[in-house]
Design a protein around this ligand. Structure first.
Ligand code: FMN
Length: 178
């Protein structure tokens, strides 16, 4: 199974959580594609991005949660790359059967992301626009991997979570969706 992680972090130099996640992923041999690093001018090479998607079976979309959503370059990536006739619509079946997983990091704690909690909704609920975008393209949407509470987490806790992440991204589909 070929896995790629598409990272959207506007300020990777200042990152603790996503940097730890990336390091463990790369250590385990997963290809990391840094969108903000690749496109400082935001001019996304659509052909190249589509080629990368075609070459991989499992695609991880990794980003810090910004205002309950992804940083804006990932939204632009969806708008540019998932073209009519390629990802959806007539003849648009290139993502059919591919498995996508969101991996996100939050400042808020897990207790805040639930009904009745400070943020009212779970991450799975907040990620529905991405889920529906991908299921609209007939791709599989795997349960998200979430690292909560990043502001308070120690380096050791982030490393532990990152190791768990590197294992989870490789798990067989049956274990992830059961
Ligand atoms: C512009 C901005 C918006 C943010 N919005 C949220 C949010 O909606 N919910 C949340 O829990 N954390 C939010 N945060 C905190 C980030 O998610 C957190 O700092 C990040 O996940 C830490 O990862 P990093 O160490 O890789 O940067 C926000 C941070 C910034 C800069």
């Amino acid at each position: 199974m070929k896995i790629i992680a598409i990272l959207a972090h506007p300020d990777l130099k200042a990152s603790r959580a996503n940097r730890a996640l990336c390091q463990e992923l790369q250590r385990s041999g997963v290809l990391l594609h840094d969108l903000y690093g690749a496109y400082p001018d935001w001019k996304i090479d659509v052909e190249q991005e589509q080629k990368l998607l075609l070459e991989h079976d499992r695609i991880i979309l990794q980003f810090p949660l910004y205002w309950y959503s992804s940083p804006p370059l990932l939204k632009k990536w969806f708008d540019d790359v998932l073209e009519y006739g390629w990802a959806y619509g007539t003849g648009g079946d290139k993502l059919k059967g591919k498995a996508f997983m969101v991996a996100t990091t939050t400042g808020g704690s897990d207790k805040e992301y639930r009904s009745g909690g400070f943020n009212r909704y779970t991450l799975s609920e907040l990620l529905r626009p991405i889920e529906r975008t991908l299921t609209r393209c007939e791709a599989e949407f795997l349960p998200p991997f979430v690292t909560y509470n990043t502001t308070k987490a120690t380096d050791a806790e982030l490393l532990q979570d990152a190791r768990r992440y590197a294992e989870i991204v490789r798990m067989p589909l049956e274990l992830l969706i059961s």
